[in-house]
Design a binder for this molecule. Sequence first.
Ligand code: AP5
Length: 208
Amino acid sequence: MNIILIGAQGSGKGTQAQKLVEKYHLKHFSTGDALRAEAASGSPLGLKVKAIMEAGELVSAEIVNEIVKNAVEKHQEQGIIFDGYPRTLEQAAFLESVAEIDAVVEIEITDDEAVKRISSRYSCPKCKAVYNTQTKPPKKVGVCDNDGEAIVQREDDKEAAVRKRLSDYHAQTEPIIDYYEDNEVSIYRIDGQRPVDEVFEELCESLG
Ligand code: AP5
């Protein structure tokens, strides 16, 4: 089963994807994580990608589609949760050429809630666990519950970059939902403003 999670920044795509992995053992594939890994490698491509991401811009489809194609080849049999991809109609058309999509889940939140959540988000660079200093703090301040690594805040989580990312989301990513509706893919809309476990419960009910 291949699922796409769509939602504004901070809607909880990464948070819900991790819970889906625990329950259904699908592969969580986040283009944001894959691009951050490339940036951290220090390769020439990584340095280019890092600057684009820190400004809150979208990385070119050419780079992202290649990463997606490799991930689909590797994890197709297990089933994939796409988190952060596709983000444009062009990417949606590319994905259609390499994988079959069973369901699209849109997690809805307001922009104000997005900015509030993102500004207090921290994550573990090692295991990728996501925390929130307001709603889901780690047990010990500043370190990951799973492996004791120091948790960090993303460069692109500063307010100006978040506002830019939200504006791109409304302009370029939201139209993808109509694209899937036109292609008769099942779409589930979930109110993401509720607590994490309530969102997850509805997500599981929707996916059956
Ligand atoms: P990416 O890493 O994909 O970021 P994003 O889509 O902007 O999404 P976020 O990770 O910010 O939010 P999320 O929905 O996963 O929320 P989370 O679960 O963490 O992309 C980063 C960059 O990479 C892009 O800007 C671009 O440059 C590049 N990129 C990536 N994909 C690309 C593509 N396809 N094409 C081109 N470029 C691409 O939750 C957020 C916070 O809220 C956490 O602290 C969490 O604990 C908390 N939280 C979650 N759910 C709840 C809840 N229900 N109640 C209260 N708090 C909650």
